[in-house]
Ligand binder design. Structure first.
Ligand code: ASP
Length: 504
């Protein structure tokens, strides 16, 4: 076997030294790769494994490697002679390794490890890539490391077992939702990212158009209007794991883009949407989180007014035991006011301008009377004091929707310009419809007992709005600005002639 020597593994911070090209394959790749999770089924046979060396322990006579691939970890025993051929082998390098699988002696078995009853007697090793020392520890839970460092090296941070587990569970949750909704006649349909502003109460991210300079797309704050248009289109039931982008002021646990489970149903009622979502949540918890228990079934349904009176919040935390990490106290909150006063003395929507009011308040809405008393069909789903979703039955009659915007003080031209397409669509036989969206990241984080949604998003934006790994937002090439016919106006910095501060 040829010996592979890698030189110059040392790296200055942020500078990666290029390694000499890899010598030609030393392991004949005629063998098929065995996944680490499958190794216990191959006792006595020779296998080819590929993965990372997560730990290297040299014990005089032999060395033990822990090898990992996406399916698991396994112990590899390496003779002194074989180990001596790779003096520079470092942890987290990737290797291809052939070896014989043997049963471990009874007393050396590790019941905590799925492959703990076997080990691999290495015969040949080929180094596929060499790892420099990692810039952050990844064998811990990672909560103690600063967010900046974790997000800068997110591709390494993601190797952390906890985060791998979170993302795998997230995917299992998506699988269950998909399977369940598809079985109930839902279509999974993607809606565009380049779109027009849709009011969800946050600022839009905008994208300048090159082909029509001076005009802009908005990135969707939610697929609200598109999903309603899909109801007009006759699909009857739609869902999507939708990316939503909101230019919000950042708070500790806010990200600029997040994922909703978004769904919409035709010919439905508030009770039907709530029941379907409640059943889906229960199914998810029972299937994937058997250690958790739901406090009350069916989920209690609380009036907004009662919630405010009893709990001083519209996201009541109704847990009977707040110290039980496995307790899930879901509740619905309903009968919200449709409108609230703006600072300027006008009206704005509290939740969703596309909603239908409660039937008994429709007359007032159409007459624009008693506005502060008009209640909406909005329903929010709250878990342990956090809002994890919300939706409503929609206004499908153009006149109702138009009146909502009038109450909000929009002039006819503006209504036409911003929402003319919805009002027109509703003249062509729209089915009555309603829907909901779950804050999917929040739900995953809560079910995984994670303190932040960033722990369950692969590549989240950080607290300062920076993207993980790639340093966006960042300036763009002057040529790009020229093509877009945009120029940057630099605000003059105010001269800050500070008075010297007194020291106490
Ligand atoms: N579009 C709403 C939101 O993002 C949810 C809905 O009403 O379906 O909150």
């Amino acid at each position: 076997m040829r010996r592979i020597v890698y030189e110059g593994r040392i790296r200055e911070r942020g500078q990666v030294q290029l390694l000499p090209p890899r010598p030609f394959c030393v392991i004949k790749m005629c063998m098929e790769r065995t996944l680490i999770s499958e190794t216990p089924q191959h006792i006595g046979t020779m296998v080819l494994l590929k993965g990372w060396l997560v730990s290297i322990r040299d014990h005089g006579g032999v060395s033990f490697f822990t090898m990992r691939d996406a399916t698991g970890i396994v112990q590899v025993v390496v003779t002194k002679a074989l180990r001596a051929q790779y003096p520079l082998l470092s942890e987290w390098s990737t290797v291809a390794l052939t070896g014989q699988i043997t049963e471990r002696p009874e007393k050396l078995r590790n019941p905590a490890m799925p492959t703990g009853s076997i080990e691999v007697q290495a015969q040949a090793i080929e180094v596929l890539s060499v790892a420099q020392p990692l810039p952050l520890p990844i064998d811990s839970e990672g909560y103690e490391i600063t967010e900046d460092l974790r997000l800068r090296y997110r591709y390494l941070d993601l190797r952390r077992e906890r985060i791998q587990r979170n993302l795998k569970t997230r995917q299992q949750m998506q699988d269950i939702v998909r399977e369940s909704l598809r079985a109930q006649r839902f279509y999974e349909i993607e809606t565009p990212l380049l779109t027009k502003s849709t009011p969800e109460g946050a600022r839009d991210f905008v994208v300048p158009s090159r082909l029509q300079p001076g005009t802009f797309y908005a990135l969707p704050q939610s697929p609200q209007q598109y999903k309603q248009l899909l109801m007009v289109a006759g699909f009857e039931r739609y869902f999507q794991f939708a990316r939503c982008l909101r230019d919000e002021d950042l708070r500790a646990d806010r990200v600029l883009e997040f994922t909703q489970l978004d769904l919409e149903m035709s010919f439905t009622t508030r009770e039907e949407v709530m029941a379907l979502n409640e059943a889906l949540l229960i199914h998810l918890v029972k299937t994937l989180f058997p250690q958790k228990h739901i406090q009350e079934l069916p989920f209690p349904c609380i009036d907004y007014a009662d919630a405010m009176k009893l709990y001083k919040t519209d996201r009541p935390d109704i847990r009977k035991d707040k110290n039980d990490p496995n307790l899930l106290a879901f509740c619905w909150v309903v009968n919200f006011p449709f409108f609230e006063k703006t600072d300027e003395g006008g009206w704005t929507f509290t939740h969703n301008p596309f909603s239908e009011p409660l039937p008994e308040h429709k007359k007032d809405l159409l007459a624009k009377k008693n506005i502060e008393h008009i209640l909406t069909t909005q329903y929010d789903i709250v878990l342990n004091g956090s809002e994890i979703g919300g939706g409503s039955i929609r206004a499908h009659e153009p006149h109702t929707l138009h009146t909502v915007f009038e109450i909000m003080g929009f002039k006819k031209d503006r209504i036409q310009e911003q929402f003319g397409h919805m009002l027109e669509a509703f003249t062509y036989g729209p089915p009555p419809h309603g829907g909901i969206a779950w804050g999917f990241d929040r739900l995953v984080a809560m079910l995984m007992n994670e303190p932040s949604i960033r722990e369950v998003i692969a590549l989240p934006t950080g607290g300062s709005g920076k993207t993980a790994i790639m340093d966006a937002p960042s300036p763009i090439d002057p040529q790009q600005l020229k093509e877009l016919k945009l120029s940057i106006v630099h605000e003059k910095k105010r001269s800050s002639k500070k008075k010297p501060t007194k020291r106490s």
